[in-house]
Design a protein around this ligand. Structure first.
Ligand code: BES
Ligand code: ZN
Ligand code: ZN
Length: 490
């Protein structure tokens, strides 16, 4: 959706005016001119609309706007980011179905804990994404969708200058999240490690980032034994992508690492066929990091930010790494492979080790790392693991205001026994129990930064089917949270 912001849009150009209403809030004072206020209040009173969550009712008005659609958001005090997202998702569906090319959205409530600025930013960014669909490979009738233009009428006081700044920022964030979603949704034959690197280069050029791409020879020279081991079963070359934003006035350095498995078959420890196609999303962490880097540069955040992406496919080939193999990683630490499907940690360990050279204040990785994390938290929250309570709290705060929930799980050394190996420094899996924790603990063995966080986004990076808030496919999770976090450092 195209987005704009106005306290008083020209209703002659609006096909449908959407108003978000809570229960019992059926006749609030609207900020429109008096005649329109009266007309809306009368229409609502006649309609029997109650404001229940998921209620949607389109009314015809005399004059302009011609259509008024009421969207229920439930109990007044339960209006939050989640219900707002559901309402916005509903709005986009109605607008598409009715071919409303130009809509206005008025949401009279502020989000809990947010001022008018933050509320408008959230609403604008989410509206921009509300009719997102990955259409690159659709050629027929379905591909022809109408372009909807949406004007947000903000809640609370927002002067024109602030409004313009918020709108510009929302566009940068929304466009960056779109980069992550497009990358995630792209099939594995389209986004190979080399093509992922090409996209990173393009984004870097557009946004003004430095981009260095290491090919196999250079990865060998660096000694990234984990990345090379996973790559051995694949006919596609690996890549190690480095993106850099280094403003002169920066006082802090943050390194992001993103898992870039462009397809995960499991390798020799092959996955079942059912849902294996979902493993094209296994580079979602990489997509998130590329999107973060784009936004950081375009918003010119005064923090030095590095994005590191190890990328390969994980396939079973004649040369593939095998259970029982012992791999020497870049750090010098050795790993006994017990399951080749635990490949994410094998490529991340080298990238986490590589990060030392930047002496980061904070080191944060995003990875669709374990099915166990999805067992623990389902699809509603990412797993957060950290060796630094302060960083963990900053990320929890950022995730709340971004509307991208995370939940903290332990990375305690108490679990170390689970990954003990008789033959090498550690095993690459910890057995059946606590799989998300042992994966995090494995990564921790390669972290030399006192302030590290790992986000397991296996359950949040994509939806298996459309839900009340999102269409099927990649969500771009983590981008908004990371940007909020970086702003608190600036
Ligand atoms: N990419 C998967 C994790 C995953 C599972 C992501 C489901 C998204 C949805 C990862 O590489 C993997 O296969 N992990 C194994 C680890 C196990 C072998 C210890 C898993 O979770 O089963
Ligand atoms: Zn795997
Ligand atoms: Zn994987």
């Amino acid at each position: 959706m195209n987005i704009s912001l106005s306290r008083d849009p020209k209703f002659s150009r609006i096909d449908n005016l959407f108003i978000l209403l809570a229960e019992g809030e059926t006749a609030p004072a609207f900020p429109f001119e008096t005649a329109l206020n009266k007309k809306i209040a009368a229409a609502i009173a006649r309609s029997g609309f109650t404001g229940r969550q998921d209620e949607g009712l389109t009314l015809l008005l005399e004059g302009e706007p011609r259509k008024l659609t009421l969207i229920g958001v439930g109990k007044p005090d339960s209006f939050n980011r989640r219900t707002a997202r559901a309402a916005i998702h509903g709005i986009a569906r109605i607008a598409q179905r009715n071919a409303d090319a130009s809509i206005a959205v008025y949401s009279p409530r502020l989000l809990p804990g947010d001022d008018p600025e933050e509320t408008a930013l959230f609403m604008l960014d989410r509206l921009a994404h509300s009719d997102y669909r990955y259409m690159t490979f659709k050629t027929g009738e379905e591909a022809r969708r109408i372009e909807v233009h949406c004007t947000l009428i903000p809640a609370g006081d927002l002067d024109a200058k602030t409004g313009k700044r918020i709108l510009d920022k929302a566009k940068v964030i929304a466009d960056s999240v779109r980069v992550a979603r497009d990358l995630g949704n792209a099939p594995g034959n389209e986004i190979t490690p080399a093509r992922l690197a090409d996209r990173a280069r393009e984004v870097a050029k557009e946004a003004g980032l430095t981009c260095t791409v290491h090919d196999r020879k250079q990865i060998e020279k660096l000694g990234m034994g984990g990345l090379l081991a996973v790559n051995r079963g694949s006919a596609e070359e690996p890549r190690f992508i480095v993106l850099e934003w280094a403003p002169r006035k920066a006082k802090k350095t943050v390194c992001f690492v993103g898992k870039g498995i462009t397809f995960d078959s499991g390798g020799i420890s092959i996955k079942p066929a059912e849902k294996m196609e979902e493993m094209k999303f296994d580079m979602s962490g990489a997509g998130t990091v590329i999107a973060i880097m784009r936004a950081v540069a375009m918003l010119e955040l005064p923090v030095r930010v590095i994005g590191l992406i190890p990328s390969t496919e994980n396939l079973p080939g004649g040369k593939a790494y095998k259970p029982g193999d012992i791999i020497r990683t870049m750090s010098g630490k050795t790993v006994e492979i017990v399951n080749t499907d635990a490949e994410g940690r094998m490529i991340l360990c080298d990238a986490l080790h590589y990060a030392i050279r930047y002496a980061p204040d904070h080191l944060i990785d995003f990875a669709t790392l374990t099915g166990a994390c999805v067992v623990a938290l389902g699809f509603e929250a990412s797993g957060l693991f950290s060796n630094d309570d302060e960083l963990a709290q900053l990320l929890i705060n950022a995730s709340e205001s971004a509307g991208e929930p995370v939940w903290r799980l332990p990375e305690w050394d108490d679990y170390k026994e689970y990954i003990r190996s008789d033959w090498a420094d550690m095993k690459n899996v910890g057995g059946r129990w606590g799989g998300a924790v042992t994966a995090a603990l494995f990564l921790k063995q390669f972290v030399e930064c006192p302030s590290w966080a790992h986000l397991d986004i296996a359950g949040t990076a994509y939806t298996e089917s459309e839900n009340a808030r999102d269409p099927r496919g990649a969500t771009g999770t983590g981008v908004r949270m990371a940007l909020r976090f970086l702003e608190t450092l600036a």
